[in-house]
Every structure is written in structure tokens, then in C-alpha cells.
Design a protein around this ligand. Structure first.
Ligand code: HEC
Length: 142
């Protein structure tokens, strides 16, 4: 790969990345419609190994049940994220999500998975409602 090609790949990644980075944390993300089937998506989420890194409820190694990055805000952005990774990675060594090309994961299955992920809730209980955790935190303050 020539230096220019590498440079171009990194610029592409930076432009794609800035879409997510400039979405300020805490800002309301407007969510687009869901066209897939969440029931099929549940099975596909396991079949394609998403749960291995993202956990059974999306709160695993990288939290999917959130609206912070904006990637999950609409189907087009999500599909672009799944497909474009081959060109972008590894930009950083920690970015170890596999590339899911169309040949290995169809749009239909990908959108069913999208529908399933959109059904995840990111609503952990308050610390006050978990006595053991509250006791640990209180003890740490002393
Ligand atoms: C080997 C681990 C691994 C597997 C398997 C995996 N992911 Fe990921 N995923 C990651 C990591 C790490 C990130 C965050 C950083 C990055 O961009 O690589 C991520 C990020 C994401 C994001 C962006 C989330 C956000 O809002 O910022 C989505 C969406 C996503 N993954 C969907 C999927 C889907 C769908 C599958 C299954 C088809 C899947 N992932 C399988 C590791 C994985």
C-alpha cells in the first residue's frame, strides 16, 4: 500500500469518524424508523457473534444500548458503519470489531439485528436501589 493510499484511508476514516465524534455526549439523537424484524434479529445477533463482544443485552465490551455516538440513530448510518470498517481498520489497535461485508451478512439480516438492538434498554437501576453497591460506595467514602 502506498503512503498516499494509506493517507486517503485515514482521511476517509476521519471524515466518517467526525460524524460520530462531533455528536456531543448528552445531546438528543433523533432516531430513524426501524424496518427490520427484531424477532429474527435476536437469532441473527447470536448467529453472527455480536453478543460475544456486545453482551446479551448490548451492554458488553462496547455499549450498543446507547444514543451517544449516533451510529445507531438510523439504519443507513448503522449499515455504513458495518460495511465501511474494512477500509478504516485498524486505525487504532483497540478497534477490533470485525468487518461485516454484504457477502457475509446480508442487508436483511443486518437490519433485523438493527431492529433487535433498538429494542435494548440502557436504563440501569439507581445506586440507591442496589444496597450492596451502595454499601461499598459508602464504605469507600470513609
Ligand atoms: C470481536 C468483537 C466484536 C464483535 C463480534 C462485534 N462487535 Fe460491534 N463493536 C466492537 C467494538 C470494539 C466497537 C467499538 C469500537 C469500534 O469502532 O471498533 C464496536 C462498535 C459497534 C457499533 C457502534 C456502537 C456505537 O453506538 O458507537 C455497532 C452498531 C456495532 N458494533 C454493531 C455490531 C453488530 C451488529 C455486530 C454483529 C453483527 C457486532 N457489532 C459484532 C466489537 C465487536
Amino acid at each position: 500500500m502506498t503512503i498516499m493510499m494509506k493517507f486517503k484511508n485515514h482521511i476517509t476514516a476521519l471524515v466518517a469518524g467526525s460524524v460520530f465524534i462531533f455528536c456531543p455526549a448528552g445531546a438528543q439523537v433523533a432516531f430513524g424508523p426501524v424496518t427490520g424484524d427484531a424477532e429474527n434479529g435476536k437469532q441473527a445477533y447470536y448467529d453472527y457473534g455480536c453478543y460475544g463482544c456486545h453482551g446479551f443485552n448490548g451492554i458488553g465490551r462496547h455499549n450498543l444500548a446507547n444514543d451517544v455516538s449516533g451510529i445507531m440513530s438510523n439504519e443507513a448510518l448503522y449499515l455504513t458503519f458495518l460495511r465501511a470498517r474494512a477500509d478504516q481498520n485498524p486505525l487504532f489497535p483497540t478497534q477490533s470489531m470485525p468487518n461485516y461485508a454484504k457477502e457475509s451478512l446480508s442487508d436483511e439480516d443486518a437490519l433485523d439485528i438493527y431492529a433487535y438492538i433498538r429494542s435494548f434498554k440502557d436504563d440501569p437501576p439507581e445506586v440507591e436501589d442496589i444496597p450492596a453497591l451502595k454499601a461499598i460506595l459508602d464504605a469507600a467514602k470513609e
